[in-house]
Design a protein around this ligand. Structure first.
Ligand code: NDP
Length: 257
């Protein structure tokens, strides 16, 4: 039986893979046979994830990187290229949450949310893009959000910095997709609604989210572990060879209303 999502022989770099969705993405790619590179700031967590991935029967290379530092991004990308000789797949996943209202949002918080969730997505894509352009092949998957498209409803929580950054990720995805479409590189994005992670566990566990999901999410619930893997494997594999510049919302129908 043909496996349309086979990633044997591919090398995938996942940023922000020390916790949450990044770990899930790295494991899903490994389960399809890709060798993995992971990066984040917390080295002990990365080492634990590395062992879990190696137990799946593929190679894993872990490298510390603060994506707020462009020099560290350059060093990390070079280290991954030196280690594996190529990078076929990039999952641009590192990110931070923020729900500060606009009037209270400090310059520092604005810069760190935009710096992590938008600037770094570009810097990592640019550096990895150079490697992919050399090889004439690449699959870039940027992690956007429900908030690439819509903000939270009135009387819930504000997301001005987060939404500005994730909206930027959607348009950056289109811009890179068009620029590199004839160079063998596809660039797509996934827009998850709310999934359990270090970023969202407080929101999801305190009961504040459930009534919002009932009112605004047709499926009436948060996403479950594994429900992003199909979208990830589609964009990471050659199943999506004619798909570029798209953002796929995995949101229980939220953005359909
Ligand atoms: P987590 O907080 O669990 O994971 C965030 C990851 O990003 C961690 O591995 C963290 O690693 C890394 N990270 C944060 N800042 C930096 C930095 N400066 N340099 C390097 N790595 C960094 O959250 P999620 O798994 O939920 O988030 C993953 C992505 O998914 C984010 O882009 C988020 O916006 C997006 N998303 C999540 C949703 C959800 O409901 N969970 C919904 C929609 C989008 P470390 O701290 O070790 O550096």
């Amino acid at each position: 039986m043909k496996n349309y999502f086979d990633l044997s022989g591919k090398v995938a770099l996942v940023t922000g893979a020390s916790s949450g969705l990044g770990v899930q993405f790295a494991k899903a790619l490994a389960e399809q046979g890709a060798d993995i590179a992971i990066c984040a700031r917390r080295v002990e967590k990365l080492e634990a994830v590395k062992s879990e991935i190696e137990a799946l029967g593929v190679k894993c290379f872990a490298h510390k990187c603060d994506v707020l530092n462009v020099d560290e991004i350059r060093e990390m990308v070079k280290a991954v290229e030196d280690h594996y000789g190529k990078i076929d797949i990039l999952v641009n996943n590192a990110g931070v949450g923020d729900a500060t209202g606009a009037a209270d949002l400090s310059d520092e918080t604005w810069r760190s949310v935009l710096g992590t969730n938008l600037d770094a997505v570009f810097y990592v894509a640019r550096e990895v893009g150079k490697v992919m352009l050399k090889n004439g092949y690449g699959k870039i998957i940027n992690i956007g959000s429900l908030h690439s498209e819509v903000v939270m409803p009135l009387n819930t929580w504000p997301v001005p910095a987060y939404a500005a950054a994730k909206g930027g990720v959607k348009m950056l995805t289109k811009a890179l997709a068009v620029e590199w479409a004839r160079k063998g590189i596809t660039v797509n994005a996934i827009g998850p609604a709310y999934f359990g992670s270090e970023m969202t566990n407080d929101i999801l566990s305190t009961g504040g989210f459930d009534p919002v999901a009932q009112a605004y999410c047709p499926m009436g619930r948060a996403g479950k572990e594994g429900e992003l893997n199909g979208a990830m494997l589609y964009f990471a594999s050659d199943a999506s060879s004619y798909t570029t510049g798209q953002i796929l919302f995995v949101d229980g129908g939220w953005t359909a209303m």
